[in-house]
Each structure stands twice: as C-alpha cells, then as structure tokens.
Design a protein around this ligand. Structure first.
Ligand code: BMA
Length: 898
C-alpha cells in the first residue's frame, strides 16, 4: 500500500466525483458562510504573558508550553536538566503562575449564537477568567475543557487569564481534606527527591518524581482556541472497524459528536474510495442527542487488506472520507485513516497446566508481543516533537519490536505517537494513568476521571495500534502484596475504592465507549482469575495467569531458573548508565566519577548504583584503570554490558518458553522489558538514552527479538539450542555450533545438527549436546579458554544463515581467558554513511564503538568480534566527517576495562 499521505490528492478527486453522486440533494444551495452557517475558529496559541504569584516575574510565554520552558527560553533559568537544577528550581512548581493573553475578536465571531473557548489541555489546577469574569476551573491535565463565553467578548483587548495553583500545594490540600483515612503512598522515597501526594491530582504521576526521573510538576497550557457557530459544530469523531462474523463482513462504525445549537436534519456520506464503498445517511440531530453513529458495511465480496503488527504483514490503512450537510446548510468534511484488524485476548485452559493462557490473537493469529515499556520522552511535554517520537518509535521497530506498553505513570500520548504506531505496526498496550499508588474516590475525583476516560477513549479508539486498555500500573499488586502496610482489617475499604475506580467507573465507561478491544483492570494481573477473586487476586504475580512484572537486581541474572515462567512478561529489567556524551550535556568534568554527588543525585532508585556494580561483578572484572576519566567511562560501559546481557538472558528465556509447559508453567506469549526510553540524562532501565542514542541493550534487542533465531542455554552441563520463530510458515533448518578459543578467531571445531522443521510461530528444542563431551571432542578447549556460538542455517546451503549468531559463555568472563584485543579501526565515507573497519586477532566481546556527541546509529554495536576484519556502518543524524569520527572514535571491549 502506498503511504496514506500520498493517497490524499488522488482520493480527494475520486471522492469529489463519488460524493457528488452520493450526496443528498438540498435546495436551495449556497456557500453558507456569508449566512454564518460554518464554524469560525480562532487560535489563541502563540505568545502569552506569564507572571508568578507576587508579580516579581513577568515574561513572554508560548502556548503550547509550560512555565519551565518559558523561564528557560527567556533566560530566567539555566537548562533545568543541568546538574542539580531540578532541586534548585523546585520553587518554580511551588509558586502559582498566571498565563494571560489580550486578544481581539472579529464581529463575525461575536455575533454567533454560541462562542466556545476550548482548552486542549490545561496542566492542571486553574481558574480561568475572561475580562474579569470566572468562566471555569480545571483539575485534570488529561482532559480538554470547553467554556461558553458568548456574552463576554469585546471587539478589542479581551483579557483571558489562566491562574494556576501549584500542583504540589493542591495535592497536599486534597490529601489533608481526605481526613477519614489515608490514601498512600504519602510521599515518594527520599532518593527520588520528589513531591508528595501525587495520587490526589489528575496529573502525570511521574511529574512529582519517579525512580528514573526528576520532579518537575509543571504548570502550562497545551492549546487554546475560540470556536463560534450558529447551528451546529462537530466536536469530535471516531472511526473504528469490526468484523461481523455472522455476516462475514467488515463494518466501519463512525461516531459523530455534535454540539447542537439548533435542531436540524442532515445528510452524511461515508466513503472509502479505495474499496469503492460508500453509503448515505439521513440524520435528525437534536440538541440533547449529541452522539450519532453511522455504520458502513463493507460487502463481503470486497477484498480488504488487513493491518498487521510489525513482522507479521503490512500495516494497511485506508482513507475514509466523511462529508455532510445539514438543512441549516452547515457542511462537514473530514478524512481519517481506518484499518481492518481484529484483536482478542485469549484466556482459556491449557492442557497440562493449571490456570489460563494469556495471549493476544490478531486477525486470528496468536502473536508473541516483543517490545518494551514507554515512558514520556521529556518532563516538559511541550518539548516532545514529532521527530523525537519518530526517532524513538523507528528505533523500536528497528530492534524488531512489535509492541509497546504506554505505562500508567506517564501520559496518554499525543496523537502523533499513535499515528506512528499505526504506521509502523507497533501494538500498544494502553494503560490508564494511575500508577504505583492507591487513589481517592471522592465524587469530584471520580467525575473528572470519568470525563478523562470518555475523552481519551474517543480520541484514541480509531487507532488500530491500540490492542488493549488497562486500568492501572501495579495497583492491584500494591494492595494484594501490601506495599503500604495497610492493616488487614482496613483492607476491604481500599479494595472497595479500587473496585469503585477501576471497575465500576473506568471499566464501565471504556466498555460503553469501545466494544472493539479487551480491557484489563491492572498490570500485572491474573486477568479473569483476578476478577473472580474480587479484582484483587491473592497473588497477581501468579505465573499461571495473566501478566507479570518481575525484578531481581542482585540474583545472578544468568541463571534462567530464577525467572518466572510467566504467561506474559509485561515488565522486567535492569538499570544502566547512559554514555558520557549524553551525561556531559548536563554535567561537568568534576562530576565524572561513579561516586560523585552528581552520580548519586541522578540515581533515583535506592542503592541502584551499587546494585548495578554488584550484578556486574558476578560475571565481569570491574574497571580498575588509574586514569580517572577512563575509569568512569569504563564503569558506565560495564553497567551497559551487565544490563544488555541480563535482559537478553531473561528475554531469551521467555522467547523459548512460548510453546512448552514445564512443571505446569509456560506458554509465554509476551516479553516487554522495562523500559524503552529515557526522560532525562540519568541511570535507568532504558535501552535508549535521552537524545536517542542506543545503549548496548538496544543493539542486543535487534537480535533477541529477531523474527527467527537460535536460543542457546545450558542445563545440567547440556547445551540446548532452541529455534524460535515468528514466521508464518514452517522452515527446515540445521543448527551449527562452533567452538572458539578466546585467543584466536579461527574456530576450533564445529558440530551441525540434523535438519529439522521449525514450525512458524513456535519455539522448539532443535539440538542438544553435552558441554564436557563437546569440549573434549574439540581437543584443546575447556570452559575458561573457549566459548560457543550457534546459528540456524539452510540445510541445502550452509552459507545461508538465518537470524543472528548467538553465543554462550561457558564460564563467567571474569574467569575466562580473554586476551587484550588491541582493536585497530579505520573510518571511510560510504555515501551518506561511514564505514568503520575493525581489525582484531583474538575474540573480543561486547565491542563498543562510541563516537561521542556525533548523533547517529551504528548498524551493530556491543558485538562479539569473531573475525580478523569486520566492517560496521554508521548512519549519522547530522553532518559529520571522516576526520571528526576518527577523532572521536572510542572503542571499548570487555578486556579493555581492566
Ligand atoms: C515498574 C514500573 C515503574 C518503575 C519500574 C522500575 O514496576 O511500573 O513504576 O519505574 O518498575 O522500578
């Protein structure tokens, strides 16, 4: 399919022809505008004025924008991310700021019957006045707000003011007012250096600090507009598709949400030019019935291309046109992409296993979800650009991911995010924005949440990428496993609040608004089993049901026996530090020490810096250079090596567990590690650094999420190689196992399995060999002197390798005989890219090429270097040269850090 954008012109033409045939006739006709039939809009975005509470600060501020970005832009403050500025600038969010705008309104607007002031997003608690009259208040950053301002507007110099109250103050007041019982947690752990009672405000929960991010409780505006009309206005519309199994055909349901000043009849046409399908609808629209649903049936003889997740087929989307005209001569024209796909969440008994399955079936095909968890890309959301989103989401796809979970402590992402996911085939697990806390259930809180849910579901439901709604992050687990020390006698009250919020309100609203997707109450959850147990299961981490989150920082991550063989791993991970080039943007050379106060300050997870090194020390010799800067860089590097290898081990365990049941556990159908991206430059679980640079882990993900791969591991001295396939058909493969000595790139010996059929969509044991026998037969090898690689090949052509080459250490590298590799490199231009050619005479592991602040991406990095010569290409994101790259190139391998 050609991209949606390029179809627009062609179809607009076809459309106009078809529409003129399809439209209902009205008389008399006329352009209408001069009679005031159309909606007039006036954007109030752009330059506003911002002042603090006592008026000591007064500055220009952009809308969309927030106080912090305005202050930074006007040089009142430095980069808030620099060093300790998050603490120094705490005063900003404790103050109450007012945005004001003076604007004129044309006569044509003011004479309209209805004039609406529309706020696309208000962050968060504010009182809004127009010409001195209060027109409304806000308390929820996840909603839009509309206010009637008809009689209040003058021709000139209207004064619009949005007076914010500090979100921190508000949250604390709400907690105080909730005196009957506590709603924990009161405050984040001190290591997070955050603010308290974030659960009392409908604001992004991470904004009061998280274990990977700073506390910047912003105040700001996302978009303001005046809309004026005499008759009717289309507020929003949705377009979703559903398969009708009884008629064996697709239906497109379009919902139109009107704001009606005067009742009218109308004629509407839906048109899918590519499918040559259209239909007319006569509607009678009354002021009290604002929702109208139109159903367009696609005849069963029309062939429709489906939308598939990345790696499973095309992401076909069709343009749907909606044209309408009312008797009051108001016209409507909209167009939107629509896609055809089904999604089911399958929870059914599995033979020989207690519990239930938990997997997604898309278009009838069971799909293993491969991916990660998404957090907001910046603490100041106005700074998240479409380019940033595209870069990150393309990185996800380039690492063979097909799914991301939009985590409940962040935000419902901007439209562009979901459009990109639609285009790229990234399935979205969409949480509602509640995380790691209990929540109040006062009437006004519930009401604002209900409105939030209605608006967000209507905004997002047309996106095929979204495959599941989920009520919250970890709040079932928080109650079930008693995170907050609630006395047993008091638990029922909290369970009741939980059910009130997520089941009786959020679930009810979602199920009314969207019948096309499953809804889960929490993550992790036991799914239908949790429901049976009153929505808070005895053990929401039960591997026999639903999804699990699993973290263990100090246990040996190479020991796969310690991982839960869950049905679906929706969170697991390990921290690492970003590279020096990323950190140097917000630090100075004094900070470049793992024990510096800067290193401690950026770490928001208790004991995180120590844990990383303790996990690393299980397998690697820790850096010991006497050169302070090298020591620091090597330490950053070793944390990334540790993280990449740990997440690889765990992910491979999940991938190979997809088709088997062992001791009643297995059929794992998802691996979403925590977390994809970063919010600032600091240590975290991310595989991509703030700014887009891939960590070693992200390069590893390319391989461990590969569509077809060999996964090797050891069990009781036996090397077992599984084939794992996401392909839709079966393939015949052999497995080749090769043994290398650390001291040479010439293989010591090779063993090839018999050919064997790897079924599409399955994982199966393809080869097993005794490690002692293999080493003995090889001759000059033992566990310390050698390592093993393996891959899948075409039986008819052994040069035809499928998937990546995997490797297994036969002992911890700290015990193995790694040789100093002394890698030599040269750089050459290769069109828009650069080719880095490496020469090395021994096996080098975790070879990391770093070109500092030259943003871009290596095609492979952090790899095992197994040949005398290897060329790796680099794709820069900005102009650079051979000279610059050669000068900045810094190569590290595991043997180089000690
Ligand atoms: C999970 C997430 C986040 C957190 C991460 C790492 O449980 O849901 O709350 O950042 O763990 O601790």
């Amino acid at each position: 399919m050609i991209p949606v954008q390029s179809k627009v012109r062609l179809f607009a033409f076809i459309c106009s022809l078809l529409i003129s045939a399809a439209l209902c006739r009205h008389s008399p006709t006329g352009t209408g505008d001069d009679q005031g039939t159309e909606v007039e809009t006036q954007s109030l975005n752009g330059k506003w004025i911002l002042r603090n509470n006592n008026g000591s600060l007064n500055l220009p501020a952009e809308v969309p924008g927030c106080v912090h970005t305005a202050l930074h832009k006007q040089n009142f403050i430095q980069d808030p991310y620099y060093r300790f500025n998050d603490l120094d600038y705490r005063w900003i969010s404790l103050d109450n700021w007012t945005y004001s705008l003076t604007f004129d309104v044309p006569h044509s607007t003011r004479r309209m019957k209805r004039v609406i002031l529309l706020f696309d997003g208000v962050d968060t608690v504010s009182t809004i006045t127009l010409n001195g009259v209060t027109i409304g208040t806000t308390d929820n950053m996840f909603r839009s707000y509309e206010f009637e301002v008809g009689g209040l507007l003058n021709a000139k110099d209207n004064l619009l003011e949005v007076g914010f109250m500090s979100a921190v103050t508000y949250a604390s007041q709400r907690d105080h007012a909730h005196s009957e019982y506590k709603v924990p947690p009161a405050c984040p752990p001190p290591v997070q250096k955050g603010e308290c009672h974030v659960n009392f405000i409908r604001k992004a929960q991470f904004s009061f600090s998280w274990d990977w991010g700073p506390s910047f409780p912003t105040q700001g505006l996302r978009g303001v507009e005046l809309q004026a009309f005499n008759f009717i206005r289309l507020q929003s519309f949705t377009a979703s598709t559903a398969w009708d199994s009884s008629l064996s055909c697709w239906n497109v349901e379009v919902e139109l949400f009107f704001d009606v000043a005067v009742a009218t009849d109308g004629c509407f046409t839906l048109l899918l030019p590519e499918l040559k399908v259209f239909q007319k609808f006569q509607l009678s629209i009354k002021p009290d019935q604002t929702r109208k649903a139109l159903h367009l049936q696609i005849p069963s003889n029309v062939s429709v291309d489906l939308w598939w997740p990345n790696g499973h087929g095309q992401q076909t989307q069709y343009l749907l046109f909606m044209e309408g005209r009312t008797e009051s001569r108001v016209t409507f024209h909209t167009e939107t992409p629509v896609a055809f796909r089904t999604v089911e969440l399958v929870q059914e008994p599995i033979p020989s296993s207690p519990g239930l399955s938990f997997y997604f079936r898309v278009n009838g095909r069971p799909i293993f979800l491969k991916g990660s968890n998404w957090i907001p890309a910046h603490a100041f959301l106005d700074l998240v650009t479409p380019d940033t989103l595209r870069n990150l989401l393309q990185s996800a796809v380039d690492a063979n991911m097909n799914a991301l979970r939009v985590w409940g402590g962040g935000v419902y992402e901007q439209d562009t995010f979901y459009s990109l996911c639609d285009e790229l085939g990234i399935m979205v697990w969409q949480d509602f924005m509640f995380a790691c806390a209990l929540y109040p259930t006062e009437q006004d809180f519930i009401e604002t949440v209900r409105e939030e849910v209605v608006q967000q579901v209507r905004r997002l439901k047309s996106h095929p990428s979204i495959i599941v709604w989920s009520g919250n992050n970890e709040n079932e687990a928080a109650i079930a496993t008693d995170w907050f020390g609630i006395p047993v006698a008091e638990r029922p009250r909290y369970v009741k609040d939980y059910v009130t919020l997520y089941v009786e309100n959020i679930r009810t609203v979602v199920q009314k608004e969207d019948k096309t997707r499953p809804f889960l109450v929490s993550s992790p959850t036991n799914g239908v089993e949790s429901e049976k147990e009153g929505f808070v299961a005895h053990d929401p981490y039960d591997p026999h049901y639903g999804d699990t989150h699993f973290y263990s920082y100090l246990n040996n991550c190479w020991d796969w026996r310690l991982f839960p063989r869950t049905r679906f791993a929706s969170e697991y991970g390990f921290q690492s530090w970003p590279s020096l080039s990323t950190l140097s943007k917000v630090s100075k050379p004094d900070d470049w020490n793992y024990l510096s106060s800067f290193s401690a300050h950026r770490q928001h997870h208790e004991l995180g810096n120590t844990q990383m090194l303790m996990q690393a020390a299980l397998h690697y010799i820790l850096p010991n250079s006497t050169d302070a800067l090298k020591h620091y860089r090597d330490t950053l590097y070793i944390t990334q090596v540790m993280q990449a290898q740990c997440v690889k081990m765990q992910t491979e365990f999940y991938s190979r567990s997809r088709s088997e049941i062992i001791d009643g556990e297995g059929h794992t159908m998802g691996a979403l590690y925590w977390q994809l991206n970063d919010i600032w430059q600091g240590p975290s679980w991310s595989s991509i650094e703030f700014g887009g640079k891939w960590k070693i882990l992200h390069h590893f993900a390319v391989d461990f999420f590969s569509p077809v791969q060999a996964v090797g591991f050891e069990e009781n001295d036996t090397l077992k190689i599984y084939g794992v396939s996401d392909l839709s058909t079966d393939f015949n493969f052999t497995v080749t196992v090769t043994v290398y000595e650390w001291s040479s790139v010439t293989p010591v010996c090779t063993e090839v399995s018999d050919p064997c059929v790897l079924k599409g969509g399955e994982a199966m044991l393809m080869m097993q060999v005794s490690v002692p026998t293999l080493l003995r037969d090889c001759g000059k090898c033992d566990r310390n002197s050698c390592l093993v690689t393996y891959d899948l090949k075409d039986p008819a052509n052994s040069n035809n390798q499928h998937g990546p080459i995997g490797h297994l250490f036969l002992t911890s590298p700290k015990e193995a005989g790694l040789q100093p590799p002394n890698i030599k490199a040269s750089v050459e231009r290769d069109g828009d890219m650069f080719a880095f050619t490496l020469h090395c005479e021994v096996v080098a592991v975790f070879v990391w090429l770093d070109v500092g602040d030259v943003a871009g991406r290596f095609e492979s990095n952090g790899f095992l270097l197994l040949s005398l010569k290897r060329t790796v290409r680099f794709f820069p994101w900005r102009p650079t040269s051979v000279e610059e790259l050669s000068k900045k190139l810094y190569i590290t391998s595991l043997r180089d850090v000690y």
